[in-house]
Write a protein that binds this ligand. Sequence first.
Ligand SMILES: NC(=O)c1ccc[n+]([C@@H]2O[C@H](COP(=O)([O-])OP(=O)(O)OC[C@H]3O[C@@H](n4cnc5c(N)ncnc54)[C@H](OP(=O)(O)O)[C@@H]3O)[C@@H](O)[C@H]2O)c1
Ligand SMILES: [Zn+2]
Ligand SMILES: [Zn+2]
Length: 331
Amino acid sequence: MPSFTVFKGSKDGSIKKSQTSKPELTGDQVLIKVTASGLCGTDMHYRSGDMVLGHEGVGVVEATGPNVKYMKKGDRVGWGYEHDSCGHCHQCLCGAETYCNDRQMYGEADLDQGSFAHGAVWREAFLFPIPDGLSDAAAAPLQCGGATVFNALFSYGIKPTETVGIMGVGGLGHLAIQFAAKMGCDVVVLSGSDRKKDEAMKLGAREFIATKDAKELKVPRPLDRLLVTTSAQPEWEKIIPILAPGATIHPISIAGGNFEIPYMPLVLKGLTVQGSVVAARDVHRQMLDFAALHKIEPIMEKFPMTEKGITEAMDKLDKGEMRYRGVLIPE
Ligand SMILES: NC(=O)c1ccc[n+]([C@@H]2O[C@H](COP(=O)([O-])OP(=O)(O)OC[C@H]3O[C@@H](n4cnc5c(N)ncnc54)[C@H](OP(=O)(O)O)[C@@H]3O)[C@@H](O)[C@H]2O)c1
Ligand SMILES: [Zn+2]
Ligand SMILES: [Zn+2]
């Protein structure tokens, strides 16, 4: 019976070390020894939950169930936000299993395990081989953050001739800048202050705009597409004037409240609002290959995978001081 250490949230937000035991492996289940986990902004929403945290996992296959076909002991694999889906509905059959009605996702299903752990058991069908060009630590933040921004860009018809705005330079945003730049786009970064300007430019931005104190935003070229990766909803009315006619807004932030946007500009400018979650498996695999080919990697701050290390990392992210993705490494 596999048994491993896990780290959970708790009511007062403190991180608790615990132990999870699983039955013997059945079907296409794979036992993984975790080697790295990213810390995503979404984990902050679950810190006070009685559940194992983390959904940007990378590790090495330790053992395989009787029906595992493609993975073997020693392989490097990753997993993200979605653990399973029905496999039979329209969404599953057309490669959009992230929208399956029976999807099993972080925060809702399998609360006894996550990537803040020394081990995990997942279905082979929902694991991703890690390309040779990516280290375990660098691959971890791609399992949710990277997949989410790549999906928003790649799955909705982006063209290399577009001017793409990336709003928010955090874990997701700093990867989005790199993906959009390598896709050939003209990248404009919008960030609260000037503090992250130098790094954003190095990552591939052509323009950088500080938004917080600006009454009115000014961009060199109207944006054909805007990815919003801030941890709260922006002031949408400030954004409308910098969008090109026919532009698409991709709100990605997990945030409360209604989506309130000036109505007539939406109609008269022919704007599209496109929500999305992580990435379906086919897109996720393409994202990993694209990242390995173009050497797209997170800028990381590493922490030990201990109660203290996780607490430090979460506190740092909470204060807005992470540059730019925390990665936890089991000791
Ligand atoms: N849709 C999905 O499937 C999906 C998947 C993963 C994550 N998410 C969500 O995406 C968001 C970003 O995640 P992340 O991991 O990149 O988080 P993060 O590392 O904390 O980055 C968020 C960025 O938002 C800006 N920001 C911080 N506090 C803010 C505030 N109060 N108001 C406005 N902006 C603020 C900062 O950028 P600047 O300093 O540049 O302004 C910060 O770096 C989170 O809401 C997360 O839950 C969604
Ligand atoms: Zn389904
Ligand atoms: Zn995430």
